[in-house]
Design a protein around this ligand. Structure first.
Ligand SMILES: [Mg+2]
Length: 175
């Protein structure tokens, strides 16, 4: 039962590996993007070139984006949002559904047209499944994390191999 809610729709190594035409093939018109360890290394103010390019490639094909993060560092999240010219939601309390729903509202799309991308099974994947949107799980950019997240990582590492069976790989680099 819980297992079903932890299963991602797809996975990739890095967000920059995600094949954008394939998203379009699934009629995805909006992306909810996690910030820490998905878009930028944990706690970083700087957006890696690859991440910048990925967001630009989404915009180029008309896919709308919204940043959704559990961080309480609003200044940093807003700075990243400003640089990417994207709306930002902080203090999201993922996996709770409220801010996911807010992000979907900001995107102005239906749930079935939206995918979320994140690096945490118990926040990004679980939360997305709770609200009924698809989620692509990516490998965290760094090993650095909140202490509580590091504990969850131990659990994730045991669950992920099983969960990723029969899950579509969205990248162009094989793991
Ligand atoms: Mg994250």
């Amino acid at each position: 039962m819980l297992y079903r809610y932890l299963k991602p729709f797809g996975y990739a190594i890095n967000i920059s590996d995600i094949d954008v035409p394939r998203l379009l093939g699934y009629n995805i018109r909006g992306v909810i993007l996690d910030i820490d360890n998905t878009l930028v290394p944990w706690g970083s103010w700087n957006i890696p070139e690859d991440s910048l390019r990925f967001v630009q490639s989404l915009k180029r094909v008309g896919i709308r984006c919204c940043l959704l993060s559990n961080t309480d560092d609003r200044a940093r999240a807003l700075s990243i949002g400003r640089e990417l010219d994207l709306p930002v939601i902080t203090n999201a309390f993922k996996p709770l559904p409220f801010k996911f729903l807010k992000a979907i509202m900001i995107l102005g799309l239906k749930k079935e047209d939206v995918v979320s991308i994140g690096d945490q099974l118990f926040m990004d994947v679980f939360g997305s499944n709770l609200v009924g949107i698809r989620c692509i799980l990516v490998k965290p950019l760094t090993d650095r994390d909140f202490f509580s997240t590091r504990i969850l990582r131990i659990l994730e590492r045991r669950l992920i191999p099983r969960l990723l069976k029969e899950v579509e790989y969205f990248g162009d680099i094989r793991p």
